[in-house]
Design a protein around this ligand. Structure first.
Ligand code: 1GP
Length: 238
């Protein structure tokens, strides 16, 4: 029995901030896998997220089972679609793109995934996923065919997060998009964190350690780093 969500709640209650490294299986350089593992183990990461908007490789199972042998952190799927489900992982963020109005990403993919998930041992963590405008079009916007929420409309962002919580989400994820030009605005993180009971994840476009701290200080319980670590495995050591 996995307790990944319970541990996130316990961390939140103790004000212990969490950090996830996001690995996109398409971007893993297999020849450097051993080095990747060393750098993950040297980093302050508390979780590994695995996924991407459009993963093409069929090596997700292999990636996770190899990570499991060398990394002690919880391995959490962060899937762009149901094809990215792997029973090798510990848990899955069961996302609904609540900032958008595309039924495929609000409920249809989830219906397709339900039976598959029932046949796995994965801990399923319902997550309200919110795409926030970040300067340029991101992969999530392109793939999901949804518009992000305005960076300036804090009321709408708050109402969306609260609706997600009321619908039963266990986490809210504020997403600027992988490689985003602009990260989620600090004021938005603050407002939502202050008015939500459930833990808040923030990711997208965070490129230095100062920005991680800023997001944590604003109220993010867990910050996600993808591109910055992918581009520089010494990102956390600097
Ligand atoms: C993307 O929030 C994650 O879903 C991480 O984004 O790649 O910009 O760090 P970056």
């Amino acid at each position: 029995m996995k307790n990944i969500y319970k541990e996130i709640i316990q961390s939140k209650n103790k004000a212990k901030k969490l950090l996830a490294i996001l690995l996109d299986p398409d971007k893993v350089i297999w020849e450097d896998f051993e080095l990747l593992v060393v750098k993950i183990n040297q980093s302050p990461a508390t979780h590994i997220f695995i996924g991407g908007s459009q993963v093409k490789t069929n090596r997700i199972d292999e990636l996770i089972s190899r990570l499991k042998q060398k990394v002690k952190l919880p391995l959490v799927l962060f899937p762009g679609n149901p094809s990215q489900i792997s029973n090798e992982a510990d848990a899955i963020l069961f996302l609904s793109l609540i900032s958008g109005r595309n039924p495929d990403y609000l409920i249809d993919h989830q219906v397709k995934a339900a039976g598959i998930l029932k046949a796995t041992q994965l801990e399923v963590i319902s997550t309200g996923y919110m795409l926030i405008e970040s300067g340029t079009e991101t992969a999530v916007e392109r793939v999901s065919k949804t518009k992000p929420l305005s960076r300036n409309n804090l009321e709408l962002a708050l109402a969306t997060a609260q609706a997600g919580e009321m619908l039963g989400s266990k986490l809210i994820y504020l997403e600027a998009g992988s490689g985003a030009k602009l990260a989620v605005p600090t004021e938005m993180i603050e407002l939502i964190a202050q008015n939500l009971e459930i833990p808040l994840i923030v990711g997208g476009g965070i490129v230095d350690l100062h920005e991680i701290k800023k997001a944590h200080d604003a109220g993010a319980d867990l910050v996600v780093i993808g591109t910055a670590f992918e581009n520089d495995l010494d990102f956390f050591i600097k």
